[in-house]
Design a protein around this ligand. Structure first.
Ligand SMILES: Nc1ncnc2c1ncn2[C@@H]1O[C@H](COP(=O)(O)OP(=O)(O)O)[C@@H](O)[C@H]1O
Ligand SMILES: [Mg+2]
Length: 390
């Protein structure tokens, strides 16, 4: 079956679309990546999404219109990929996260902890199905949340299938807006599946992106090839101060988003940098070091053993300074991109959602309770099988 996986993450940079040919049943899977496409958001749509993520108030009719505009853009991304790479049988769309409240976080500051996570992705599947005429699976996080889980991260089970090794312990580290890890013990496929761990490690590019955008007065949206970080010097006392954030002492399962590592956090970083007299490039270098340090800190604190190899994916894998700092913080292990073992680092997340959509069709559970904290394995996704009449 030819499946298109679609995702836009917390960076809100645009939609990653991957066309994948899938065969097999459950974990016994063959995955051939046919082609990927990065489809940027129109700037005005991106600004509306970012404003919503930043907590700006929105009227419900505007929210509904935004939801459908996002769906239309996702559908256009899928159609652009089909035009280049040929037809698809199914679309599996993660959508655009605009809000994520983990398990235990109070719904409002004056209230007690909640037992259910809350997550909201825009780009409803039914609208994608209508635009493309293709059956569409979406809303992947909901069933895991209903089972008491964080609803995140969802990629680790797919990482196990695509990237585990018979004798090596591996970490798959996604560096999107937020960082997340999948810890894959060595797995010989004749044996039953090992205990995979996974959680959000903290910020990846979110703070770097905000810094570069703000310090370039809006001219740049990210630190292209780590150019700013390469010109600066990281301020280690600040890195250590920021690592004292309570998120880094909270044991997994845990998940986070721009709610914790977004504008508010950056504002504090900016003030701290001013206090230390840092130049803009030094602040970007310090935030880059902070991302690398937080990943290494999370591994050392919460993994049963350090991995033999770290395989990095997501946009952060394209930042050579971030990759070098991660290797420097983890000298005992090899740090590479997933490309080094044949899985596209740019499209691995989109490929993962294509697999989850395929498993939805098979009725195969897609969450890992050891990762999300859910009480049981559940089938992930909501199907929109019949495109409604136009
Ligand atoms: N060439 C590059 N140099 C530095 N950073 C990059 C590069 N390409 C992508 N990125 C970073 O990756 C981010 C996008 O990563 P992505 O995996 O799409 O994240 P998300 O899943 O949050 O959308 C960009 O916002 C940028 O920070
Ligand atoms: Mg992205």
């Amino acid at each position: 079956m030819r499946v298109i996986g679609l995702i836009s993450g917390t960076s809100v940079d645009g939609i990653d679309a991957a066309l994948v040919e899938l065969d097999g049943q459950g974990y016994d899977l063959t995955v051939s990546f046919i082609q990927g496409l990065a489809y940027p958001y129109p700037e005005s749509l991106r600004q509306q999404i970012l404003a919503l993520c930043a907590g700006e108030a929105i009227a419900l009719d505007h929210l509904a219109a935004l939801d459908d505009a996002v769906a239309e853009t996702f559908a256009t991304a899928a159609q652009a990929l089909i035009a280049q790479a040929g037809p698809a049988d199914l679309i599996a769309s993660h959508g655009q996260t605009v809000f994520h409240r983990p398990v235990g976080r109070p719904a409002r500051p004056d209230q007690g902890p909640t037992r259910l996570a809350y997550t909201m992705q825009l780009g409803r599947g039914v609208a994608i199905a209508q635009h493309t005429g293709l059956p569409t699976v979406s809303n992947f996080r909901q069933a895991d949340i209903e089972a008491g889980g964080e609803g995140a991260p969802l990629a680790p089970i797919v990482d196990l299938c695509l990237l585990s090794h018979p004798t090596e312990r591996r970490c798959v580290q996604n560096l999107g807006g937020i960082g997340n890890v999948a810890y894959l013990p060595a797995w010989n496929r004749q044996d039953s599946a090992p205990k995979v761990l996974g959680w959000d490690t903290g910020p990846a590019n979110s703070l770097i992106d905000i810094a570069v955008h703000s310090l370039s007065a809006g001219a740049l949206t990210y630190d292209v090839d780590g150019a700013w970080a390469a010109q600066g010097t990281p301020c280690i006392p600040l890195v250590n101060r920021w690592l004292a954030h309570p998120y880094f002492t909270q044991p997994p399962p845990k998940s986070t988003g721009r709610e914790l590592f977004g504008w508010e956090f950056f504002e504090q970083c900016r003030q701290d940098a001013q206090g230390e007299g840092l130049a803009p490039q030094d602040l970007v270098a310090t935030l880059t070091e902070f991302t690398a340090a937080s990943v290494a800190h999370e591994y050392r604190t919460f993994l049963p053993a350090l991995p033999d190899r770290v395989l990095v994916c997501g946009g952060g894998s394209q930042n050579p300074v971030l990759m070098a700092r991660l290797q420097a913080r983890l000298p005992e292990t090899v740090v590479q991109t997933t490309d080094a073992v044949g899985v596209s680092a740019s499209y691995k997340e989109a490929i993962a959602f294509a697999v989850l959509g395929y498993w939805y069709r098979q009725g195969f559970p897609g969450n890992l309770p050891t990762v999300t904290g859910a009480s049981r394995s559940v089938i992930l996704g909501h199907g929109n099988d019949i495109a409604p009449p136009r």
